[in-house]
Design a protein around this ligand. Sequence first.
Ligand code: FAD
Length: 283
Amino acid sequence: MSHTRSHSFSFEFFPTKTDAGHEKLLATARCLAEYKPDFFSCTYGAGGSTRDRTLNTVLQLDGEVKVSTAPHLSCVGGSKQELRELLNLYKDAGIKRIVALRGDLPSGMGMASGELRYANELVEFIRAETGDHFHIEIAAYPEMHPQARNFEDDLANFVRKAKAGADSAITQYFFNADCYFYFVERVRKLGVETPIVPGIMPITNYSKLARFSDACGAEIPRWVRKQLEAYGDDMESIQTFGAQVITEMCEKLLAGGAPGLHFYTLNQAEPSLAIWDNLKLGR
Ligand code: FAD
């Protein structure tokens, strides 16, 4: 199957704490830039814990690696004034895309802090402050956000957030294409035409993935889990099997109308590129 570059392909990074980690991130980004993605994005620690590292990483990826880069921005634990300053810094630097999130504060810090409580309020705030300057991305949860009361409630909250002024959405990762198609169908019936790009998590390490998936509410299908468990410490087999499973899911997603793919790289090039090459996405 051939895929046209009218799809949107993007790679996500996280800002690192050490110089060595930052150098590795830049090397990964330079390698991935060769594949001409539509954009990079860089995560943000809720409460502003990575404010300067995210800002510096975004400016460097955008300015030096020369791939248009979107900062993630979360509103919990921050004041409107802090958010305004950051938005203006990005705007003045020519950044045109932003991923608007609520974020999660570390446990114990409570959810009530901050002037904006939910991501729909952040989307409204960005529009009120900066008009149409930014292309605003929002988060979507085909398997339901872990804190939502129920699926319908979460769907209604997503629709409100999209209608607050979002241009497109990126999903939490999942391992079952059907939940994505069902979510998109339900959203469309509620009158939202915003493109919803699947977030893709390459499988590289089973125990880490299992822990992370529990926390963010992504289900690893039993047959995949059992196979990965059986490989034990055989990392090569885990990665080969993982790339095959994810490639097949991406094929289904693109064939079924997904408008692109957003890779959670975890600052590594190879796992995403294995899938990219299997999909024959080219450069
Ligand atoms: P919201 O859309 O605000 O939803 C949060 C919860 O509140 C949901 O259960 C929703 O149903 C409910 N809700 C929403 N609006 C309302 C309302 N008005 N009234 C009542 N309930 C409501 N986290 C980070 O800290 N940094 C990042 O860089 C980061 N990047 C991410 C990128 C992507 C693509 C995704 C999918 C997630 C990312 N996250 C990040 C995680 C995200 O911050 C968490 O999942 C967080 O718990 C929810 O953020 P949200 O923007 O989806 O929240």
